[in-house]
Design a protein. Structure first.
Length: 332
């Protein structure tokens, strides 16, 4: 299911069965990077002359015969920057994952740790990171051929888990998250060189329009929106609670939404949302009594492993940005 921002956008989507146009041929700006420079400059002191730069990498690098996704699914991912698969898991497997999520959130020894992020105005955990190391069950899920196969097919190369987490948005209390591109943060603060990463999010509770579902701007993955503001040391401590840096300008967001609209995939627990590392997304607060939770794995291509950050003095902690074949464990 999806929601659109206007009747005009809904009419266009129904009429043409397409939600994106080609990358903007006019995004040639005075301050665009030259050969050899960072192709995705961000955290700038002054804005560029235009609101975005064209993406350089292909979105889908693999082929239909190389994995579980059909050509139609790959085409949809390429167009929109995301793909929702209802009923990806069900039955006892879903129940088991829900029990595991509840057990992890109840761990008192996790509270107050840097990998456990609480709500901005409370002590309730909203995100728990590095869960494929903290939980044997979630570690097996991260290595599951159903997920790894989809990631390999989209990325066109061997994936590894760059980041994992569970997100929990409690009823009435769960806060929203500003519009952002994950790649902008991973590039600026983790040193991810290029757009060769995909996120896989399995919803563990029913996801409806009133409990703060993820909203995405289809087609926004085809452009990179540079953001303003120097990255302070330790920015992750603030940004994981409420992101203020790495947020696109309202002008850029308005232009992209006018072109492509907004979609919010919803459905029963057990659905899988795959989305490109650069698609713009955010969420509203949960004003319903129903919690919203998901388990989330970021797959990065091995030849795209992180280097020195492009717009920060030092990389974020390891629980936010893992290396290939890493064996992470909580300190202490």
């Amino acid at each position: 299911m999806s929601v659109k921002t206007s009747d005009r956008m809904l009419h266009e989507t129904v009429s043409h069965q397409a939600v994106v146009d080609s990358p903007d041929p006019q995004s040639r700006v005075r301050s665009a990077p030259r050969p050899g420079q960072d192709p995705y400059p961000t955290r700038l002191a002054e804005p560029l002359d235009m609101p975005w730069l064209n993406r350089r990498e292909e979105v889908v690098k693999g082929r239909a015969e190389e994995g579980p996704l059909s050509q139609a699914q790959l085409d949809e991912f390429d167009r929109k920057g995301f793909l929702f698969e209802p009923n990806f898991i069900s039955g006892e497997e879903l129940d088991e994952l829900r029990r595991e999520l509840a057990a992890l959130l109840e761990r008192d020894d996790f509270r107050g740790r840097d990998f456990a992020i609480t709500e901005p105005s409370g002590n309730e955990i909203r995100s728990l990171f590095a869960v494929h190391f903290l939980s044997e069950r979630l570690g097996r899920l991260a290595r599951d051929a159903r997920l790894v196969g989809r990631a390999r097919q989209i990325l066109g190369g061997e994936p590894y888990v760059h980041q994992s987490r569970i997100n929990y948005k409690p009823g009435f209390e769960g806060k929203g998250f500003n519009w952002h591109s994950d790649f902008e943060t991973w590039h600026a603060e983790d040193g991810m060189p290029a757009m060769h990463a995909v996120s896989a999010s399995i919803v563990l509770t029913d996801n409806h329009h009133f409990n703060g579902p993820l909203m995405l701007i289809p087609g926004s993955h085809r452009v990179f929106v540079p953001c303003l503001g120097e990255t302070p040391d330790g920015n992750h401590r603030q940004s994981l609670k409420q992101q203020e840096l790495g947020v696109p300008s309202r002008e850029a967001l308005t232009a992209l939404v006018e072109r492509h609209g907004i979609e919010a995939p919803t459905g029963a627990a057990g659905g899988l949302l795959l989305f490109d590392c650069n698609v713009l997304h955010g969420s509203n607060a949960n004003m319903s009594p129903d919690p919203r939770s998901n388990v989330f794995f970021v797959y990065n291509r091995r030849d795209n492993r992180c280097v020195a950050p492009f717009a920060a003095r030092r990389r974020r902690p390891e629980f936010l940005a893992h290396e290939p074949d890493e064996a992470w464990a909580p300190a202490g």
